[in-house]
Write a new protein. Structure first.
Length: 352
């Protein structure tokens, strides 16, 4: 018979802090104990979405949770934007598999701080995002929460065996591409945090956000780059690997290298940084390059293409060639503007 002990928290004698492993280490710890056994499971833990065989198509399944106080602060995030963002970040994981999103479920943990009106506001954003990304809301779950708001969304998407892009397909000499611009969401968050402090000190002060509209918008209203997915299809390009930039370029490129068993070289002068992001980073005493490497939540796409596809994408205004895939064991390296090579350290988004 098992002995039940109150408050044991699964600990025996050894206790390892989650912060020692980090999010990635913890997931790998879980992953190594689970082998998939059903033949329909094509990809389990380890990519942006799980992949399941479904007739002659592949189903994609992904889930993401947003926690108040960790992922969002309702003192400056309007509920409608939060609803939109919660859908967009899930759709982004389907995009990252080169798939098309179809259905979502939305589960909420609600404290009694929230009114019906507040939840309707949240759902206005959810509804707008469902319309924008052409996904159907098909269910969910509602429960009370001790404190704060938790939103957990699952998304189902579809793709085919010939279209799918995993994190593990990058090959030596492939070109590394990043869409849009990087670091804006992180720098936008710094602006929002500063304005919150100003407001807390003097409640007559209203936030001065006009000049920061673009970067603040990148934090509050991220877009999933489904437009790029459709364009890649029109151009007949299947990325050899792909991930969405949720944790930051450094960390997410490392995921591609880890899964693809390869190294990477990126060029400082090729990193796409918006001028407002650059100037605001400097204003905050932050290095814009570090922001573009380690700032999370841009939800742009990072992918690799074979050399043969170079010409098809070369002139694309929103896809930037930032480097190339190198041999295994070389790590992820940044060539600086003055020609030095430095190893990229991933700080990523640290929740623990
Ligand atoms: P993303 O940033 O693209 O959402 P994550 O870093 O959250 O990806 O997750 C990476 C992989 O680990 C995914 O396959 C995800 O399903 C899996 N994963 C994350 N958390 C858990 C967990 N608690 N249990 C099992 N698998 C998990
Ligand atoms: Mg992802």
């Amino acid at each position: 018979m098992m002995d039940y002990v109150f408050d044991s928290m699964g600990e025996d004698i050894i206790r390892t802090e989650i912060s020692e492993l980090g999010e990635f280490g913890l997931i790998n710890e879980i992953r190594k104990d689970f082998k998939t056994t059903n033949s329909s499971t094509v990809m389990g833990i380890g990519d942006d979405a799980a992949v399941v065989e479904c007739g002659d198509q592949l189903s994609l399944l992904s889930t993401d949770m947003l926690m108040e106080g960790v992922h969002f602060d309702l003192s400056y995030v309007p509920l409608m934007h939060l609803g939109y963002k919660a859908i967009a970040v899930n759709v982004s994981d389907i995009a990252a598999m080169n798939g098309i999103p179809q259905q979502v479920t939305v589960s909420l943990g609600l404290s009694n701080r929230f009114s019906v009106e507040a939840i309707k506001e949240l759902y206005k954003g959810i509804s707008a995002a469902c319309e924008a990304y052409k996904v159907d809301l098909v269910g969910g779950d509602t429960t009370s929460s001790g404190a704060g708001l938790a939103i957990s969304i699952s998304v189902l998407g579809i793709t085919t065996a010939s279209q799918i892009s995993y994190r593990n397909g990058a090959k030596k000499s492939d070109i590394i591409c990043a869409t849009g611009d990087l670091g804006a969401a992180f720098v936008g968050l710094q602006v929002l945090e500063r304005e919150k402090q100003v407001y807390l000190e003097n409640q007559e002060m209203q936030p001065q956000l006009d000049q920061y509209e673009y970067i603040v918008g990148r934090q509050l209203k991220p877009k999933a780059r489904m437009d790029i997915i459709h364009e890649l299809r029109e151009l007949n390009i299947v990325p050899t690997s792909m991930i969405d930039l949720s944790d930051g370029l450094a960390s997410d490129l490392k995921h591609i290298c880890f899964e693809s068993k390869c190294g990477a070289v990126i060029y400082e002068d090729k990193l796409p940084i918006d001028k407002g992001t650059y100037d605001t980073a400097v204003e905050f005493g932050l290095d814009p390059i570090t922001c573009s490497l380690n700032g999370g939540e841009d939800y742009e796409l990072l992918f690799t293409i074979a050399q043969k596809d170079h010409d098809k994408l070369e002139k694309h205004p929103d896809v930037h060639f930032i480097g190339y895939i190198d041999e295994a064991g070389t790590g992820v390296n940044l060539v600086t503007k003055n020609g030095n090579t430095v190893e990229v350290k991933a700080q990523g988004w640290v929740h623990f």
